[in-house]
Design a protein around this ligand. Structure first.
Ligand SMILES: Nc1ncnc2c1ncn2[C@@H]1O[C@H](COP(=O)(O)OP(=O)(O)OP(=O)(O)O)[C@@H](O)[C@H]1O
Length: 278
């Protein structure tokens, strides 16, 4: 008996944008399911449509865009949902961890102010209760001295710290799904590891399902259960992470895997080979 619960079901997703040159199709017939507690990796080279996919799921596309198809969260259709209702779903039911953490925060308000505001938008808590919950969550993502962090402004925190503040917000709201769009791209190795560890905790402790977008194949190999490969707005391959890395079926997937930086063998004095020709 299959007991896998589908949390998010995307089918026949087409995204078109109207430009001065006419209509341009950005996504072509995208289908995938996100199962409860799963980490689904989405990979592909720059411009293949990864961010458009997550913005479409979150209904964040601008008014010149046509989003066709079905996006069902727990059986409820999101495409075309009333914007006010969609605002309630974003954050509470679908969390979003953005590529550039600095853009996710308003520079003139303290972290505490924004954290508490976010919690209270979705949960019936007093300011004091929300403040305490925020401090506990910051500690859970290994941010020491949480009360001091809550008093700080976004520019006083590093990118990695801001990413962890966003993960802490998700831990408070416990959304069914988190969409993480290149969460580690702008971070050094130490911060990358901390953010990935906390994402994994979000999944293991809160049972959150994660759509992890990255062009970094090592991040995907480490984190994902299943992987989707995109090219030119289309899914070209979807497979279990081991299957995809060990036996890629599609020619583009093979090219993507081969394009990883090939470091030289130190015993051999040959030139470093960079296979980056798409
Ligand atoms: N509003 C728009 N009008 C026209 N084209 C657009 C619009 N938004 C995005 N695009 C195009 O759609 C394609 C997909 O963009 P998207 O941002 O999803 O790429 P991506 O895979 O996330 O890339 P990256 O890894 O660099 O973030 C790109 O070619 C982009 O130029």
């Amino acid at each position: 008996m299959d007991i896998t619960r589908k949390v998010l079901q995307v089918s026949g997703l087409n995204v078109k944008v109207t430009t001065d040159q006419g209509q341009l199709q950005l996504l072509h017939d995208i289908h995938f399911d996100l199962n409860e507690g799963q980490i689904l990796g989405l990979v592909g080279e720059s411009g293949c449509g990864k961010s458009i996919t997550c913005h479409s799921l979150l209904q964040l596309m601008d008014q010149h865009t046509i989003v066709e198809g079905s996006i069902q969260l727990g059986g409820r259709e999101l495409n075309g949902l009333d914007p006010k209702e969609m605002r309630r779903i974003r954050g509470k039911e679908i969390g979003f961890i953005r590529q550039n953490p600095m853009n996710a925060f308003t520079p003139v308000y303290s972290i505490g102010n924004q954290f508490i505001e976010t919690i209270r938008t979705h949960c019936k808590l007093s300011k004091k209760e929300a403040y305490e919950l925020a401090a506990v969550s910051l500690e859970k993502v290994n941010l020491p001295k949480p009360y001091e962090i809550l008093k700080m402004y976004p520019f006083q925190l590093s990118g990695g710290m801001l990413q962890r503040v966003m993960i802490a917000m998700c831990m408070c709201l416990k959304p069914a799904v988190v969409i993480a769009d290149e969460p580690t791209t702008a971070l050094d190795m130490v911060n990358q590891l901390q953010v990935l560890t906390q994402l994994e905790r979000l999944r293991s402790e809160c049972g959150t399902t994660i759509l992890l977008i990255s062009h970094d194949l090592s991040v995907i190999a480490e984190m994902a259960d299943e992987v989707i490969v995109m090219q030119h707005g289309k899914i070209v391959e979807q497979a279990n992470v081991f299957e995809l890395f060990d036996h890629p079926a599609n020619a583009y997937t093979k090219k993507l895997l081969n394009a990883r930086l090939q470091l030289p063998d130190p015993s051999n004095k040959q030139t470093v080979e960079y296979a980056v020709n798409f």
